[in-house]
Design a binder for this molecule. Structure first.
Ligand SMILES: [Zn+2]
Length: 464
């Protein structure tokens, strides 16, 4: 009998990894990096639910680090099976995994300098660039809605998730007496309706068991229009007071969305053509991937492209490659928008921009995405008045704005809207990828709609 084993993103948000066992073979749904409190994440990132060689295949929902970022570690530890994903997910991983490897190598280097001072032996990086490259070679791309067989007796297909470019939910069907039945659906990360650039999430397929993300259980996002107005107002008032808007954003998705909106507002003459700097090599690569996949654009994005003859490009938008050019942004005095990674302010060039701009009351720190527990982004979102960054203290005097409606994740009503057609068919819903409070609330909402549901626990096994 097929079996489900929860490993990561069970009772927490990061480290997405759910194991499916069929006839003694193991299929991993996602293989994400644990993030947050450093020491704890470090320890979790070195542990597998079983030896890596015993995992036969991976099906990957999307390219975000908390879903794909531990794949090179899996390969380093002995996995050499196929990794299935959509073409855009592979293209994004081609940049994101080597970048993540680079961060791991730097982290280990930094830790080892500290350890050497204490006379402690050095630690190995979680994985290196060569592991990321080997991992990419194992990837097999499958477009949405096309069946494939990751294991004997198992048929999967991807279903548009509307979360980031290339993102998908995964339908897993099991062969029983020669007939495919008893489907499992893994939602992956579910996007919002009416998000910029990409398509809306597709309807969930009928399934007996659903693994559902719960990031925004109990939450209602502002509707798209209100969120967009908030974004416009924040940028507009910062320009008026002569400040800079610093935006920590995931390199994929939020960065392109903000550039997309700025391009629309420039085009419509709603905002003066101030410089927009995209200061993240990874975001630049991701933007190339967006341009390479116009088949994934929604109606409005196609229109903008047709109307202006450009996409995510404009005379005001500048993509910054070199570190020297990134540093030179510190000397700019005129109003501008600086978009940089990482999205939760934990790594990357954004930390320099925060350090240099956070104490000027004319500036704005705009947090467009979810901020995980234990991250600098979360402390700022929660109203920290002072932060420590690069071993220096900084007073927080800039305006700090968290945009909730500008999320890449569905809110509770959107999740329930997608679940509704499954009422009466789905036997059990397992909630993953959420903090305790969000999960408890979504559980209550699903129960009220007569779904049988529970919050997945790490190590929990379920017969399918
Ligand atoms: Zn995601």
């Amino acid at each position: 009998m097929p079996e489900l084993l929860f490993h990561g993103a069970a009772g927490e948000v990061t480290g997405s990894m759910h194991m499916v066992q069929v006839d003694g073979r193991w299929l991993a749904l996602d293989c994400g990096l644990f993030q947050g409190h450093r020491r704890e994440a470090e320890e979790k990132n070195r542990r597998w639910p079983m030896p890596a060689q015993q995992i036969d295949a991976v099906v990957l929902s999307h390219a975000h680090t908390d879903h794909a970022g531990r794949l090179p570690k899996l390969v380093r530890d002995g996995f050499d099976g196929p990794i299935y994903c959509t073409p855009a997910t592979r293209d994004l991983c081609a940049y994101m995994l080597p970048d993540s490897a680079h961060i791991q190598e730097e982290d280990a280097h930094y830790t080892n300098k500290k350890r050497a001072r204490k006379g402690e032996p050095p630690i190995e990086p979680l994985y290196g660039t060569e592991d990321a490259v080997r991992c990419l070679k194992l990837m097999r791309t499958i477009p949405n809605n096309q069946p494939f067989n990751p294991l004997p007796g198992v048929t999967c297909s991807f279903n548009e998730a509307g979360h980031i470019l290339g993102s998908a939910g995964v339908l897993v069907k099991f062969a029983k007496t020669g007939k495919l039945g008893d489907a499992l659906y893994f939602s992956g990360d579910v996007g919002r309706f009416n998000q910029p650039i990409i398509h809306d999430p597709a309807s969930f397929p009928q399934a007996d068991t659903v693994i559902l993300e719960s990031t925004y259980g109990g939450k209602q996002h502002a509707d798209g229009e209100t969120a967009l107005k908030q974004l416009f107002d924040v940028i507009d008032r910062t320009i008026r007071r002569g400040g800079k808007v610093v935006v920590p954003a995931f390199s994929v998705g939020r960065t392109q969305a903000i550039v997309y909106y700025m391009q629309e507002w420039f085009d419509a003459g709603r905002i003066p053509c101030i410089p927009v700097y995209v200061d993240s090599p990874l975001a630049i690569h991701a933007t190339h991937v967006f341009r390479a996949h116009p088949e994934l654009y929604d109606h409005q994005a196609r229109n903008l492209q047709k109307r202006t003859g450009e996409f995510l490009r404009n005379q005001c938008v500048e993509y910054i490659h070199d570190v020297a050019d990134s540093k030179a942004l510190n000397d700019r005095r005129e109003p501008c928008v600086i978009i940089s990674a990482s999205g939760m302010c934990e790594a990357g060039r954004i930390r320099h921009h925060i350090k240099n701009n956070i104490s000027n009351p004319n500036n704005t720190l705009l947090l467009p995405g979810y901020q995980g527990e234990g991250t600098l982004g979360r402390r700022l979102a929660d109203g920290a008045t002072e932060i420590r960054i690069f071993e220096e203290d900084r007073k927080v005097r800039a305006e700090v704005v968290q945009l909730s409606g500008f999320s890449a994740h569905a809110d509770e009503s959107e999740l329930l809207r997608l679940m509704d057609p499954l009422r009466g068919r789905t036997k059990h819903v397992h909630l993953v990828h959420g903090e305790a409070d969000a999960q408890t609330k979504l559980l209550a909402a699903l129960t009220q709609k007569s779904f049988k549901a529970s919050i997945a626990k790490p190590g929990e096994r379920v017969a399918l």
